[in-house]
Design a binder for this molecule. Structure first.
Ligand SMILES: Cc1cc2nc3c(=O)[nH]c(=O)nc-3n(C[C@H](O)[C@H](O)[C@H](O)COP(=O)(O)OP(=O)(O)OC[C@H]3O[C@@H](n4cnc5c(N)ncnc54)[C@H](O)[C@@H]3O)c2cc1C
Ligand code: SF4
Length: 479
């Protein structure tokens, strides 16, 4: 497809998202899926390039066979396209909804005229078709081995490791400390980006039907020891994510009303699912002036959630300057374009401020009323990166609720770190060797716990690799 030059004549087109004015009144998904016709006309824009960067190191971490699906979609061969996708794509219904699509950043069409093929949309259309037509269905293994694998954590990495190890016939149990499985798919990424019942729960139920056992509300290290797992399972996969939030230990940090982003986001997800919440704190944004510290994706999710809770006003602060409108010379194609973006939540309205450092939280009666800030200049030199204060640029911002969305510092440490004597890397992530094994024999690790907070697609790719190493390890210990 694309050989007749459709890439020159057909522009990039994605379906129109729900109107920002009305969508903030509910938590339903905001981005619709393309119809068949749109998917086909977009697929034939694929140039089938000689070197398709979209599925090598620069593009899709799963190495999805994108030009091949596009070709089949263009011909209307839907079932074959789904089959081709499933050769590499573990959970296309997740990535089709929330992947930032590094594949599109490295698409040749993006280089040619800044209009990459709508790869993620086509993936989503194929995922929907796969489920609707029963082409994606539970496939329990025909034969079981006698090997038992425990997986700690049920985020995308835990689910993907379980998916592959179970399909290899091993007996897999996932332990999850929360009430519901899914990790950040369930408790982090807001419902308006990813539906929890129709999309996340559906896959978990499929995995259960394939024979994977889920044990939720079990905190490994607290409720069950690592030693117990070591004794009862042939291999363990740690997939506990990178939940340790970066703090801002400045004056007034302990004032009521200053919270980590994930406290805020997970409460919203729990409320929508009817889970009970501890009623000692109120983190609602309703009627409040909300200040979000951190201009990244987690900050954007706090922003969209604050809108839906009825915030009066929302300010998002970022310490760095705004990125350039177009690629810098140091950021050439096919690398991911580091450019100024406006997220779907930011399109719903927000005062975005750059080059701002927060110096102090203040308020009477122990409740936050505002923050003191200063403008900064980012300096990058031989000593690294630093932020110099601009003289006499101090200012105050009113705030009733402050959300800290400044990133994460690796996995939260718990008793299993001591029990398994886990070695950490320089960024306090769990260190693994080229077999994805930690410093403890038979204990493997994948996803954000090894890399730091990343992307769903990278967590899945890491788990896929890890599962193949665990499979080889289990074969090696067979007597
Ligand atoms: C707010 C937010 C929004 C994001 N949005 C996107 C997005 O739109 N697109 C995207 O690609 N990426 C997004 N990401 C990143 C993405 O969600 C993560 O990279 C991905 O979920 C990592 O998967 P994981 O399985 O390694 O970890 P997680 O998803 O964090 O899952 C880890 C699981 O382990 C469980 N666990 C931890 N300790 C224990 C224990 N001791 N016992 C039992 N269970 C335990 C946790 O409860 C959790 O369920 C977002 C991240 C955040 C924070
Ligand atoms: S998983 Fe992400 S990177 Fe891979 S094809 Fe889908 S959207 Fe692109």
């Amino acid at each position: 497809m694309g050989s007749a030059g459709e890439f020159k004549t057909i522009p990039r087109e994605v379906p129109t998202s729900r109107d920002p004015k009305t969508r903030v009144k509910d938590f339903n998904e905001i981005h619709p899926t393309a119809n068949d016709e749109l998917a086909k006309t977009q697929a034939i824009r694929c140039m089938e390039c000689g070197i398709p960067y979209c599925h090598d190191d620069f593009g899709c971490p799963l190495e999805n066979l994108i030009p091949e699906w596009n070709h089949l979609v263009g011909l209307g061969k839907w079932e074959e396209a789904v089959e081709r996708m499933l050769e590499t794509d573990t959970f296309p219904e997740f990535t089709g909804k929330i992947c930032p699509a590094p594949c599109e950043g490295s698409c040749t069409m993006g280089h040619y005229n800044d209009q990459p093929v709508t790869i993620r949309q086509i993936e989503l259309v194929l995922a929907d078709k796969g489920f609707e037509n029963g082409w994606i269905k539970p496939q329990p293994p025909l034969q079981r081995t006698d090997k038992k694998v425990a997986i700690i954590g049920s985020g995308p990495a835990g689910l993907a490791a379980a998916f592959y190890l179970n399909r290899s016939g091993h007996n897999v149990t996932i332990y999850e400390k929360e009430k519901r499985a899914g990790g950040l798919l369930t408790y982090g990424i807001p419902n308006y980006k990813l539906d929890k019942i129709e999309i996340v729960l559906r896959r978990i139920q499929f995995l259960e039907k394939e024979g994977i056992v889920f044990k939720t509300n079990v905190d490994i290290g607290e409720d069950i020891s690592g030693k117990y797992l070591k004794k009862h399972f042939d291999a363990i996969v740690i997939a506990i994510g990178a939940e340790h939030p970066r703090d801002l230990p400045i004056k007034g940090r302990d004032i009521d009303g200053v919270h980590y982003a994930m406290e805020f986001l997970s409460r919203q997800s729990k409320t929508l699912a009817g889970e009970s919440l501890p009623n000692d704190i109120d983190i609602s944004a309703k009627g409040k002036t909300v200040v979000i510290i951190g201009g990244g994706d987690t900050g954007s999710d706090c922003l969209g959630t604050s809108h839906r809770q009825g915030a009066k006003e929302i300010i998002q602060l970022e310490i760095t300057p705004p990125p350039p409108e177009a690629r810098a010379e140091s950021n050439p194609w096919p690398n991911w374009p580091l450019i100024y973006r406006t997220s779907s939540s930011q399109k719903e309205g927000c005062d975005r401020q750059f080059n701002v450092m927060t110096k102090e939280f203040f308020g009477d009666n122990g409740k936050v009323e505002g923050i003191r800030c200063v403008k900064v200049e980012m300096i990058i030199d031989e000593k690294g990166m630093r932020f110099d204060e601009v003289p006499n640029s101090d200012f105050e911002i009113k705030a009733d609720l402050v959300l800290l969305a400044m990133g994460f510092l690796g996995p939260k440490k718990n008793k299993i770190f001591e029990e398994f004597d886990l070695e950490l890397d320089a960024r306090s992530n769990i260190k693994v060797n080229d077999q994805m094994m930690t410093s403890a024999d038979g204990v493997f690790c994948s996803g954000d716990a090894t890399t730091g907070q990343s992307l769903v697609v990278r967590a899945i790719a890491s788990a896929k690799n890890c599962a193949s190493k665990v499979d080889a390890y289990l074969a090696s210990i067979t007597v």
